[in-house]
Write a protein that binds this ligand. Structure first.
Ligand SMILES: [Zn+2]
Length: 294
């Protein structure tokens, strides 16, 4: 019977994207983070930037939760106080889509050619600020849209304090959150990392394709639908990033990352290496995905 079939069909909520993604505004969020200096744990810029995040989200009418934890510095006897910033938007119904990025920056420029500069902290314009900048802009769009889909924005701390070759010292914020999931388990997660490169080209990351193939393909389709040329079907490497602890917790998760960045873990990772257009392409892909997914 037709009516029976209709009533058995799952409810589909239609969402309408209220406005395009503003790359210039997102770029200002990138520059603002960099204006605090390096945001490496224990530094003044780390605390100042955290305070600014809280003020920013509150200015949008959102209520961020700070998830605090500690970690040992792998290079000294120090213990760091770390903080994940968790921003729920319109939770309460269907499980949210999680959008995440790391906000901390690497305490050492260990890829500098000059060995005497390798102990200095990096500015982290691309590796740190870029993914967060896109999420801050999306928070603004979703916060002002009464019919926005449920979202869980999480800014992870402690992604980048590890020593090279010591994988267990990385991704501390996402490991902690995945063991202490709050406030609600998301249906899936999209991680942004190093997406600000002026010459943006995003291949398919290995763990994403292997462990969350449906989400990976659906997201790349969304990016294509927006006309973005930054997303390629080329298979890149397997990257131990913040999405891996999420995958281990049973959450389909993808890493949107352009790892081909000559200034990676150097003092030259500055805003001029990034562009509003790169942020726009990634931001628009996310908006298209969250407003059109079924
Ligand atoms: Zn890094």
């Amino acid at each position: 019977m037709l009516t029976g079939l209709l009533s058995a069909a799952p409810a589909v909520t239609a969402y309408t994207q209220p406005r395009p993604f503003d790359g210039d505004s997102a770029f200002q969020h990138l520059e603002k983070q960099c204006s605090f200096g390096p945001r490496s744990p224990g530094g003044a810029g780390h605390q100042a930037c955290l305070d600014w995040f809280v003020a920013y989200f509150r200015s949008l009418g959102l209520e961020p939760t700070l998830q605090r934890f500690t970690a040992d510095d792998p290079r000294s006897d120090a213990t760091f106080s770390l903080t994940n910033v968790i921003v729920p938007i319109r939770l309460g119904g269907e499980p949210p889509v999680m959008l995440c990025a790391h906000w901390d920056t690497r305490p050492v420029a260990d890829r500098e050619s000059d060995p005497t500069r390798r102990n200095l902290p990096i500015p982290g314009a691309n590796d740190g600020a870029s993914g967060v900048a896109v999420l801050l802009e999306i928070a603004g769009i979703a916060a002002s849209d009464p019919s926005a889909p449920p979202l869980l924005i999480v800014l992870f701390d402690g992604e980048d304090i590890g020593r090279e070759g010591h994988n267990s010292e990385y991704a501390l914020g996402s490991r902690y959150w995945a063991k202490n999931i709050t406030p609600q388990k998301p249906s899936e997660a999209i991680l942004l990392d190093m997406i600000g490169d002026r010459e943006l080209s995003i291949p398919v990351e290995g763990f994403s394709e292997t462990m969350a193939p449906r989400l990976r393909r659906a997201f790349w389709e969304s990016a294509r639908a927006t006309g973005s040329e930054a997303f390629s079907e080329e298979i890149g490497g397997f990257i131990e990033d913040d999405h891996v602890p999420l995958l281990k917790a049973g959450i389909p998760a993808i890493d949107v990352i352009d790892f081909d960045y000559p200034y990676w873990h150097t003092l030259a990772d500055t805003p001029d290496k990034c562009s509003p257009e790169s942020l726009r392409q990634v931001g628009e892909a996310i908006l298209h995905y969250i407003y059109h997914r079924r």
